[in-house]
Design a protein around this ligand. Structure first.
Ligand SMILES: Cc1ncc(COP(=O)(O)O)c(C=O)c1O
Length: 373
């Protein structure tokens, strides 16, 4: 995708926030538990390589991605030593490529092993146990034993890890979580030999539950400074620092008169004389049409979107005339006010993860440290 370096719309990512979140996380973990930074999906929209670099500097010991290509991109960018785990499915025909690059793969079905044809070096596998998420993973103790036996009997494979993923770790009620954890412990007990890495935690789990029995956490959303859910915001062990801001500049400012309409469908009609600004950002950038009715910030004041969001532009109503070029904050701090991804998520009836992941590669990412470029 072409990135819009010649358009005044940009994302600022404060890498100091990412480092602080990692350091604070490390403080609450046992000394023997490592952080693996989850940088899939372009680091939840923040930019994979820059985040990976900052995470490594702050003490992250490995990375998790969703697809093999993301792992390959990390290796190609010089992350040559760190463990990288692909959390999603890897095709059996790509096993040798993963093995050659020392990329660890999630094993969720023992029959997958039979489909692997060649590997010159042993492929590192993390056995995923589906303890109740119902997504990837082996479910029965038989399957766990079968997978372990097949791996032990075949020099092309090495069982490097075993893990699970919780469905409700971001809720206060721990009943389902407790059941999943118990199933995981029983599953791990079936393995004749414990692998090097035993891990269960995403952000929510690592923030709320003791990790003494596990030596890796897969730290995603909270590394970026976002709460895993609204529900657990008030019980988080430290303050999260949101790293991402999204800004643009007004490209045209005009006065509407009563009866004037705005945008496709002419759905918005001015009731009085009012000032509006056209912003060079739209749904192709990730500001989807459901943002309609939401307000952004100019000098800490709310400016509501009027009319429909277009592919590349949208229109906001201003409290007064502003000069063309005035900055509008869509996510982040503006004077004394801030818009968090959480607030947008509530408006869109989604989660903060989706808000930042939706920001497309057309928007350039600019990196800063402690609010300085
Ligand atoms: C298997 C797995 N582990 C860890 C994570 C990271 O989760 P979070 O971003 O909530 O920390 C994810 C994210 O979706 C995941 O799928």
């Amino acid at each position: 995708m072409v990135t819009g370096w010649h358009r005044d719309t940009w994302i600022e990512v404060d890498l100091a926030c990412i480092r602080t979140n990692i350091k604070n996380e490390q403080k609450i973990l046992p000394k023997t538990t490592d952080i693996w930074a989850v940088v899939k999906a372009n680091a939840y929209g923040h930019g994979m390589l820059e985040v990976a670099k900052a995470a490594k500097e702050a003490g992250a010991k490995g990375f998790c991605v969703a697809i093999l290509d993301e792992a390959l991109a990390l290796r190609a960018a010089g992350f040559s030593e760190e463990p990288i785990l692909v959390l999603g499915a890897v095709r059996a025909k790509d096993a040798s490529l993963a093995a050659e690059k020392r990329i660890s793969v999630t094993l969720f079905d023992p029959s997958w092993l039979e489909q692997v044809t060649e590997t010159d070096v042993p492929l590192r596998l993390h056995l995923k146990i589906d303890t109740g998420m119902g997504r990837l993973g082996v479910r029965s103790q038989e399957e766990i034993k079968q997978a372990a036996e097949k791996i032990a009997a075949d020099p092309r494979f090495e069982l490097e890890g075993v893990f699970t993923h919780f469905a409700t770790a971001d809720q206060k009620d721990t009943a389902y979580y407790d059941t999943q954890l118990q199933r995981f412990r029983e599953g791990v007990a079936c393995l004749p030999k414990k692998p090097a890495y035993i891990h269960v935690a995403n952000s929510a789990t690592s923030l709320l539950h003791d990790q003494a029995d596990f030596n890796v956490v897969r730290f995603g959303v909270s590394m970026y400074g976002m709460s895993p859910s609204d529900e657990i915001k008030d019980i988080l062990p430290f303050e999260l620092k949101p790293a991402l801001s999204l800004k643009t500049r007004m490209v045209q400012v005009k006065e509407l008169h009563p009866g004037d309409h705005v945008s496709y469908g002419a759905t918005y009609e001015a009731k009085a004389n009012e000032w509006v600004a056209t912003l060079p950002i739209g749904y192709a950038d990730g500001i989807i049409r459901h943002y309609s009715g939401f307000s952004f910030l100019v000098d800490g004041q709310k400016v509501p979107i009027v009319g429909r969001v277009c592919m590349d532009q949208l229109i906001v109503r201003l409290p007064r005339e502003y000069p063309v070029g005035t900055v509008v904050t869509l996510i982040g701090q503006s004077a004394e006010q801030a818009i968090l991804a959480d607030e947008i998520a509530r408006h869109l009836d989604t989660i903060n993860y989706e808000v930042t992941c939706l920001l497309s590669d057309r928007v350039p990412r600019i990196y800063k440290e402690n609010n300085h470029f």
